[in-house]
Ligand binder design. Structure first.
Ligand SMILES: Nc1ncnc2c1ncn2[C@@H]1O[C@H](COP(=O)(O)OP(=O)(O)OP(=O)(O)O)[C@@H](O)[C@H]1O
Ligand SMILES: [Mg+2]
Length: 442
């Protein structure tokens, strides 16, 4: 996997994080509003309680027979008090208190209205011309607990919301990108020789320009390759014809002249023209090989083509080639013309540079592995490494321009194959071997 980020992953994570963050903000805002509202309700309950108890307490205190002094309001049943109250006079003397009330919670002197201590919310009210005060206290912990519970209730949905939104976003993004992924796969899976336009009609609108650009590029490439092909073919024809004419004329001249010295000169001219003709042919083959077009759009069986090429050579050098062909077809994207040029160069080399007393073995296996082997002196590794270069030759008696292996290598590389050159040949002490797999062409 490359370290590039995936659109699907970043969208899923980004959108989920966004939703979570917004939800948290929403929860905080609603929590604050809820807390404010709850405080108002609690305050009003506190105030209501004080207003309710005050007249009862005042009546109770005024009707006492045993005079002023603190009394604890009796409880009907034993219970914990949530709201506690004190009734005091102006100087803070206790007159009445609820049975759970703790006077330390309240201030030393009674106060009217709402006030806070560190632990309690207190409301005070007065009666009988400000001579009696009631204060009701409510523990703040209770309010905090209520706020906390409300907050938690708002947060709870997040537990489900996060995975659901992650899954939902991931699924929707995946669905929307499906066509793009199909598009990418269709480009990836096509062979390098397939220059037909890619299907752009089912892509999302945003990706349409990419498909259009790809198709435009493919079309230009196709035109350039076609131009290249026709140029090399035309040039080959244009060069070959005058060379052949000149050669024919020289040969006719040679037959007519008498003088020995002149005959030698004309023979030399003939040889020069012949090697020029071979060289021009090789140069054009190299131009074609390097110009691309080593792949065809469809696969073809290369076995009959190989048989035909070897048959051609057999006629020139009878009995020197041992051919072994596969039983099944060997389909390859390698262009048949390019394959023929490649094989001709390899077999020609084996016949030309190999030992004349030893056979040339040409073999193709079912899996497309192709080998051309011949007997020869070992080519030293440092020289072997350079043989694919243009005009590179090992000192040899045979004629040639040093372009054959450069052509073969250019075709192999252009078709995505690897041409292996070995000396000595595999499993031998000497000889030369060229090997490649035509099935790997794409
Ligand atoms: N099958 C082989 N056996 C032994 N030596 C080889 C073989 N093939 C190539 N060589 C060596 O590699 C050199 C380069 O080969 P290449 O085909 O590029 O050029 P060439 O055959 O000399 O000339 P051209 O192919 O242009 O007519 C040859 O000169 C030869 O020395
Ligand atoms: Mg050669």
């Amino acid at each position: 996997m490359s370290n590039r980020s995936s659109l699907q992953k970043s969208l899923s994570i980004g959108l989920t994080l966004g939703v979570t963050l917004l939800w948290l903000l929403g929860v905080t805002a609603s929590g604050l509003v809820a807390q404010h509202e709850m405080n108002e309700v609690f305050d009003s309950a506190l105030e209501e309680t004080a207003q309710r108890i005050l007249p009862l307490a005042v009546t109770d205190i005024l009707n006492r027979e045993n005079g002023p002094g603190n009394q604890i309001a009796p409880a009907m049943k034993d219970h914990d008090e949530y709201l506690t109250y004190l009734v005091r006079d102006q100087q803070g003397n206790l007159l009445l208190q609820s049975h759970d009330a703790d006077p330390r919670v309240f201030g030393t002197l009674p106060r009217e209205g709402f006030s806070n201590t560190s632990t309690h919310r207190i409301y005070g009210a007065s009666a009988v011309s400000d001579t009696m005060f009631i204060e009701v206290a409510e523990p703040l912990a209770h309010r905090r607990e209520a706020a906390l519970e409300a907050g938690l209730a708002l947060l709870m949905p997040l537990v489900f919301l996060i995975p659901i939104s992650l899954l939902g976003v991931w699924w929707i993004v995946r669905l929307s990108l499906r066509k793009v992924v199909e598009f990418q796969q269709s480009i990836e899976s096509r062979g390098a020789g397939d220059l037909t336009p890619v299907a752009e009609d089912r892509l999302p609108k945003e990706f349409e320009p990419i498909a259009k650009a790809v198709n435009l590029l493919l079309e230009r490439l196709h035109r350039a390759l076609e131009a290249e092909r026709s140029f090399t073919a035309n040039s080959a024809h244009e060069l070959r014809t005058p060379l052949a004419t000149a050669l024919a004329k020289v040969q006719r001249l040679q037959a007519r002249i008498q003088g020995d010295q002149l005959k030698t000169t004309v023979t030399e001219i003939e040889e020069a023209l012949q090697s020029l003709s071979v060289l021009s042919g090789k140069l054009l083959e190299l131009a074609k090989a390097e110009g691309g077009g080593a792949l065809s759009q469809n696969q073809q069986d290369l076995v009959p083509i190989l048989a035909m090429i070897v048959d051609d050579f057999q006629r020139q050098a009878p009995g020197r080639i041992i051919l072994s062909l596969p039983e099944s077809v060997v389909n390859s994207f390698l262009d048949p013309d390019a394959f023929a040029i490649l094989m001709r160069n390899l077999i020609e080399n084996a016949l030309k540079h190999g030992s004349q007393t030893r056979p040339v073995e040409v073999s193709m296996a079912d899996d497309g592995l192709l080998r051309v082997r011949n007997g020869s002196d070992v080519v030293p590794p440092d020289q072997l490494a350079l043989l694919r270069n243009r005009f590179a030759r090992v000192k040899t008696g045979a004629s040639g321009s040093g372009l054959g292996l450069a052509i073969a290598d250019a075709i192999a590389t252009g078709a995505g194959m690897t041409l292996h050159l070995r000396s000595p040949a595999t499993g031998r002490q000497d000889g030369f071997e060229a090997e490649l797999n035509v099935v790997t062409a794409r």
